[in-house]
Write a new protein. Structure first.
Length: 395
């Protein structure tokens, strides 16, 4: 039977030496180019070393760049439930201050390709691995039994599904899922659109950093790439923040940001929403002599593939330079990058270069990553995709 170690699953892949080395070093992915023999189809199967030794069980897909996603030798039908239970146990142990969080984070929970986000009573699921698709039924059954959600939505509209040979769709799998959900985060209310919002509706990976920045922010604050105002509500809550300016190119995102701010008692006299391209807006503000004491930069991934890195590095550096040009001495810059190709050291380097270019000195207050409900696998850089540096201008 597929999904168990005994009897052996019919599907198999044979690794080339480079693939074997990678897997033995603890990386859960092997690329198609590092296979000697491809599996016949997508599914769960056995992975063999070049000499025929059985190494592990994995999600296999001959049509995907990532042809092998390791499930571990201990994979079985029961392992699915055990891993879901462990994922849930971790989130309870984290004492998350809010009811919107990531319940399952793919490889970080030993469930490759699977994401489950919880928005209060509603769950949003995304599966990005063809080999896992037949397991979804079992996942939904477990979710229904353990969490009794009001509804489960499959946000299977991401482009990566096509690369796996999977259909793209957005479909309610269980119960009912309203168009707008109201969740809370550290005592603040946020509206989320699970059908059309980015990712599964919101950027849950920045939850902890939003809270932290809200605690440290002061003066006139600028939230660049504000999306639906999730950082803005935290910034606006602080009595130390005098005014807030939020910038994004997306009109629907800004409308939702206005609604989120209003829900939390922040009116247009305190928070201004501006539809603009950040790369142009920042120098325009500088030309008008505007200065800020808190700036948040949370751009979209500028390096989506490795080849984009040199250009993305220059774009991130320029963006940070334009932001720093608006920052007063004593002011804070919270600068993030969600491109996993841009290593944390590179983010620090480009912020340092931007500061040096302006003759500024920055001190590091914090180095941050994605929230703890998006666990990273040590030694697997792809799983540490979000990094943030929080600096203070001291000169
Ligand atoms: C990573 S999201 C921001 C997430 C947000 N900070 C949060 O915590 O919910 C990036 C945002 O940048 C916006 N965006 C993309 N390119 C932009 C540009 N050139 N100027 C301004 N906004 C842009 C997108 O519309 C999107 O809302």
């Amino acid at each position: 039977m597929e999904g168990t170690l005994s009897p052996l699953p019919a599907l198999r892949a044979i690794l080339a030496p480079r693939g074997e080395q990678r897997l033995r070093r603890g990386h859960p992915w092997v690329y198609r180019s590092d296979l000697l023999e491809l599996p016949q189809r997508a599914g769960i199967g056995t992975v063999l070393a070049p000499d025929g030794e059985v190494l592990t069980t994995a999600l296999l897909n001959p049509d995907s760049q990532i042809a092998v996603r390791d499930l571990g030798r201990d994979w079985s039908e029961r392992a699915l439930e055990e891993r879901l239970e462990r994922a849930l146990a971790l989130r309870s142990a984290l004492h998350i201050d809010g009811d919107a969080y990531r319940l399952v984070h793919g490889e970080g929970d030993r469930l490759p390709g699977l994401v489950i986000d919880r928005y209060g009573e509603v769950l949003v699921i995304q599966n990005g691995a063809a080999g896992f698709e037949p397991q979804l039924e079992g996942v939904i059954r477990w979710l229904a039994q353990r969490l009794a959600p009001r509804g489960v939505l499959a946000r299977h509209d991401q482009a990566s599904r096509e690369r796996e040979g999977l259909p793209r769709e957005c479909r309610v799998l269980l119960g009912e899922v309203p168009q707008q959900l109201q969740v809370w985060e550290a005592g603040l209310q946020l509206l989320v659109d699970p059908y059309r919002g980015q990712k599964t509706g919101a950027f849950l990976d920045q939850r902890e950093t939003r809270q932290r920045l809200g605690q440290l922010a002061h003066g006139d604050a600028l939230d660049v790439f504000c999306y639906q105002g999730a950082f803005a509500v935290h910034l606006a809550r602080s009595p130390a923040v005098r005014s807030l300016r939020c910038v994004d190119t997306s009109l629907p995102a800004l409308r939702q940001a206005a609604a989120n701010l209003a829900r939390n008692g922040v009116g247009p006299q305190r928070a201004r929403l501006v539809r603009a391209n950040a790369f142009r807006e920042l120098p325009e503000l500088a030309a008008k002599g505007q200065r800020f004491q808190t700036i948040n930069l949370d751009p979209p991934a500028l390096a989506r593939k490795r080849a984009d890195l040199p250009a993305a590095y220059r774009a991130y550096r320029e963006l940070n330079r334009r932001a720093l040009a608006l920052l007063d001495v004593g002011g804070l810059l919270c600068s993030s990058s969600c491109s996993f190709h841009l290593a944390p050291t590179l983010l620090e380097q480009l912020v340092a270069e931007a500061a040096a270019d302006l003759g500024q000195s920055l001190r590091v207050l914090e180095r941050r990553a994605q929230s703890a409900d998006h666990p990273e696998l040590l030694g697997v850089p792809e799983t540490r995709y979000l990094k943030t540096i929080l600096v203070e201008r001291i000169r």
